[in-house]
Design a protein around this ligand. Structure first.
Ligand code: ACO
Length: 334
């Protein structure tokens, strides 16, 4: 998206629930091994939300940290966007629930965005567009998912992959105290492949019934091999395109921040841009795939781990249900 006003990231935060499940947990209850999980995915452990900790709770925690990072109160936010695939409920929007949990009393607009695990970058572009309109100054963008709430714990092909977590960003037209400049965003989707990754029941196509529950259709269903191929193809395409249109060589990117789904997918992206893996921020070994929040969690860990320096160029690259893909380039300016 071509910017006319410059858009800045003022604050960043992320949150992972306290409870951790290691691969040993799965070894003890189904026919799998730590070796299989690590060699196929790179994942060693994941954080799991409690039954009474919802997507909105994790969103609120990350948002509070991002606001603190921006040295800003919730009242200074004039629009809230929440992206997820596991909203608290079909409606009201989880963004409205987060507004209440933040104690935000001004009547600012709040809305949900669904773009699978690319939701964060989709929301960056939506927020940037809204900021360009000039109606808003500070937008809170939150990516939060409780994927374990739609995980089939009897399906070894999927349950080992996922964890819960959230990330949050304050985007603004205000430069003062900014951490990063949003240089560009690029979004895509291949709806023709959407059947490979979905939660079939619970919407208007297949409303909840005893039969849909008996058939376990409220859980995430995935054709892993097809998703793998779509992910690699789509992520390489958006990354090449955004680099080209900004005339940036891959070697000029200090860190790539990929969706944290699978180490082998990330290695394929690294191969495609001929970059070593130490140029990729990877946290999935400790988080599993946290869906929409994952790339933001990775950035936040790099930021708080002291890895980022002034003028570093960073490239997000994501994929998710839809099949959506997205990329964003930011310049670290703090
Ligand atoms: N432990 C042991 N064996 C397993 C497990 C397990 N946990 N899961 C599957 N297997 C078996 C299968 O049953 C199969 O056995 P078979 O050959 O006897 O039939 C064998 O392992 C190979 O299964 P595949 O599904 O072909 O394994 P693959 O090498 O494709 O790896 C994986 C599976 C890791 C899921 C891979 O396809 C993948 O990473 N796909 C991308 C998935 C992804 O990233 N999804 C996230 C997108 S959605 C989101 O981000 C929310």
């Amino acid at each position: 998206m071509k910017q006319t006003k410059e858009i800045y990231i003022l604050g960043i935060g992320s949150y992972l629930p306290r409870r951790i499940l290691t691969n040993a947990y799965f070894e003890s209850r189904m026919d799998t091994t730590d070796e299989w999980i690590v060699s196929r995915t790179g994942i060693r452990e994941r954080h799991i939300a409690d039954d009474d900790e919802y997507t909105s709770d994790m969103a609120t925690e990350a948002a509070k940290i991002a606001l603190e990072d921006a040295k800003m109160s919730a009242q200074e936010i004039d629009c809230i966007l929440v992206c997820s695939v596991t909203f608290d409920m079909a409606f009201p929007a989880t963004a409205c629930i987060v507004q209440k949990k933040l104690g935000h009393s001004a009547s600012c607009p709040c809305m949900d965005i669904e773009a699978g695990c690319s939701g964060l970058i989709y929301s960056f572009e939506v927020a940037a567009g809204l900021l360009q309109l000039g109606h808003y100054k500070n937008i809170l963008v939150i990516a939060s998912d409780k994927l374990t709430s739609i995980t089939d714990w009897n399906d070894r092909a999927t349950c080992v992959l996922f964890g819960d977590g959230s990330s949050a960003f304050v985007l603004s037209t205000e430069k003062n105290g900014a951490k990063a400049l949003l240089v560009d965003t690029l979004l895509s989707a291949e709806g023709k492949d959407a059947e490979h990754l979905l939660q079939p029941a619970g919407g208007s196509a297949m409303p909840a019934s005893h039969e849909t529950v008996d058939k376990r259709l409220h859980f995430l269903h995935m054709n892993g091999r097809e998703v793998f191929k779509c992910a690699v193809r789509g992520m390489i395409a958006v990354l090449e395109k955004i680099l080209q249109r900004n005339q940036i060589q891959p070697s000029a990117i200090r860190y790539f921040i990929p969706h944290q789904a699978n180490l082998r997918i990330i290695e394929s992206i690294a191969d495609s841009v001929s970059m070593a893996m130490d140029r990729f921020i990877v946290v999935l070994q400790n988080t599993g795939n946290t869906s929409a929040g994952s790339s933001g969690i990775a950035l936040d860990h790099a930021y708080r781990g002291g890895k980022l320096a002034k003028d570093d160029l960073l490239a997000f690259v994501t994929f998710g249900g839809g099949m959506t893909c997205a990329s964003a380039i930011i310049r670290w300016i703090a």
